[in-house]
Design a protein around this ligand. Structure first.
Ligand SMILES: NC(=O)C1=CN([C@@H]2O[C@H](COP(=O)(O)OP(=O)(O)OC[C@H]3O[C@@H](n4cnc5c(N)ncnc54)[C@H](OP(=O)(O)O)[C@@H]3O)[C@@H](O)[C@H]2O)C=CC1
Ligand SMILES: O=C(O)C1=N[C@H](C(=O)O)C[C@H](O)C1
Length: 247
């Protein structure tokens, strides 16, 4: 039986993770921690793996505590810049036995969307991303869209594709969206939405749209549990759920 804690247990995703851990025969919910709760409860309950779906402003403090105390971590919270990832690697250098998995999206379809977009990107003159979320989301663009844009940019550079066509010369503030590694990303926040992303690719005479929809937050559960069950055998930092999916 694996003792699993949930940070952000009262949140939209955290609640789904609490339910999933409680329903799993091989997992035991050893701690449910939300804002204002002490992290030391994780030590008293002999928690072995922690799932974190909290907030970009607090996740680094949570991770430092987990690594310092030898607790494996499956991190869904977004906001991980390259600098933050380097900091996590430095912390892990002191604790080489600890496994940390950080993934911008645990939904299987979202992971495949990122791969399909990177595969397709080299064949198209233009690629832009539209990500659509609920209005309580703190960060924009989403971590998924940021990662998707990075993968697209890498694929285009590898294929030697030049700048995307864009005649914009007069633009209202941010009208053309954010630029992530040269890829335009547009963020929509509308009540009633959960988590959605479209990648639009275009070239002579045709466009290709790759779309993923998380219709509810249970979509993130299978990927998170894959990470929870496998993290102890993957010490160090893993970014993205792909290695756990043999992708
Ligand atoms: N990787 C992935 O697949 C996914 C990632 N996410 C990411 O997960 C994060 C959470 O999303 P979501 O569940 O919608 O957000 P919510 O705001 O619904 O949930 C966050 C929860 O964390 C709590 N919290 C805040 N600070 C702390 C802390 N220091 N310790 C413990 N709990 C704390 C909040 O409490 P309070 O409200 O009182 O502040 C809240 O209950 C976001 O960064 C989002 O981008 C979301 C879905 C999928
Ligand atoms: O905040 C959310 O809801 C989500 N955040 C993640 C992101 O920023 O990519 C994953 C998913 O889009 C849901």
């Amino acid at each position: 039986m694996l003792n699993v804690g949930v940070l952000g247990s009262g949140g939209k995703v955290g609640r789904a993770m609490v339910d999933a851990v409680e329903a799993a025969d091989d997992l035991s919910l050893s701690a449910a921690v939300d804002a204002g709760d002490m992290l030391t409860g994780l030590l008293d309950s002999n928690t072995q793996v922690v799932i974190d779906f909290t907030h970009p402003d607090v996740v680094m403090d949570n991770l430092k505590f987990l690594i310092d105390n030898g607790i494996h971590a499956v991190i869904g919270t977004t906001g991980f810049t390259d600098d933050r990832l380097d900091t996590v690697r430095e912390w892990l250098a002191e604790k080489p036995e600890v496994g940390v998995l950080i993934a911008p999206n645990f939904a299987i379809g979202a992971v495949l969307t990122m791969r399909f977009a990177a595969q397709a990107a080299r064949f198209f003159d233009s690629v832009e991303i539209i990500e659509l979320h609920h209005p309580s989301k703190a960060d924009a663009p989403s971590g998924t869209a940021t990662r998707t844009a990075e993968l697209i940019a890498e694929a285009r550079e590898e294929a030697g594709r030049g700048k995307m066509p864009d005649a914009t010369s007069a633009e209202f503030d941010r009208a053309r969206g954010a630029r992530v590694d040269g890829v335009r990303v547009h963020s929509v926040r509308v009540a009633g939405l959960v988590a959605h992303q479209e990648v639009l690719l275009g070239t002579q005479g045709e466009t290709l749209t790759i779309r993923h929809d998380s219709l509810d937050r249970s979509s993130f559960v299978p990927g998170v549990l894959l990470g929870v069950r496998g993290i102890s055998s993957r010490p160090g930092l893993t970014v993205g759920i792909e290695p756990f999916m043999d992708l």
